[in-house]
Design a protein around this ligand. Structure first.
Ligand SMILES: Cc1cc2nc3c(=O)[nH]c(=O)nc-3n(C[C@H](O)[C@H](O)[C@H](O)COP(=O)(O)O)c2cc1C
Length: 192
């Protein structure tokens, strides 16, 4: 359950940062897409790799995403959210994970719900995000080790680009609506 962050400070436009960590480009592409959709509607938004975020306190809203490896976020994304947990929870944070749920077939699809709670459960308890999505990315044989490829085949998975841009657009709209709503709230939380 999300906590309600205070209204934005200052009179300027709120600044949204989409922070990401990935290995092969899918997470970066989804982060860039989210930032572009937010910017399309007049929200000040940028996508930055986790190591390029200088001073996190410069931002009003955080969208943080990581590729999923072995059912967990990448260490650099985890380090960012844990180091800045109080700031993120206080200002408003949205989380996204990029794995390959859409590549699962048959009985393996039951893993999706388990994976989402495994990947995000502890983070959600700590950060109280305003939302989380588990998106699918691109998975190709050259991304995996030999053992990984054997496991992938044993699960009946298929390589490919599983990014679902309409789903990413829909989530950007949800975030944008929330940012706009908070922007128009008065300090006592009532609409202006
Ligand atoms: C070493 C490795 C381990 C992975 N483990 C998982 C996993 O446990 N669960 C999952 O859903 N996807 C897993 N994936 C798939 C990736 O999360 C997926 O390909 C995603 O698009 C990667 O994002 P990126 O291109 O930003 O690195 C794994 C990929 C690699 C290379």
């Amino acid at each position: 359950m999300s906590v309600t962050p205070p209204p934005f400070q200052g009179s300027g436009r709120p600044h949204v940062v989409v922070v990401y960590a990935g290995a092969h480009g899918s997470t970066r592409s989804i982060a860039a897409h989210l930032a572009a959709r937010l910017a399309d509607r007049g929200i000040r938004a940028e996508a930055l790799p986790v190591e390029a975020v200088g001073d996190p306190s410069a931002y009003d809203v955080f969208v943080v995403g990581s590729a999923v490896h072995d059912m967990a976020w990448l260490p650099q994304a985890l380090a960012f959210v844990h180091t800045n947990a109080a700031l993120l929870a206080g200002r408003g944070v949205w989380l996204f994970s990029v794995g390959m749920p859409a590549a699962l077939r048959g009985p393996w699809k039951a893993l999706v719900a388990k994976e989402e709670s495994h990947v995000i459960g502890g983070l959600a308890d700590r950060l109280r995000p305003r939302g989380h999505r588990l998106f699918s990315g691109v998975i190709e044989p050259e991304h995996l080790t030999r053992t990984g490829r054997v496991k992938f085949q044993a699960m009946g998975l298929r390589y490919g680009d599983y990014r679902d841009w309409p789903a990413v657009d829909a989530w950007a709209r949800e975030i944008g609506d929330d940012v706009d709503r908070r922007r128009h709230e008065k300090a006592d939380g009532t609409p202006s």
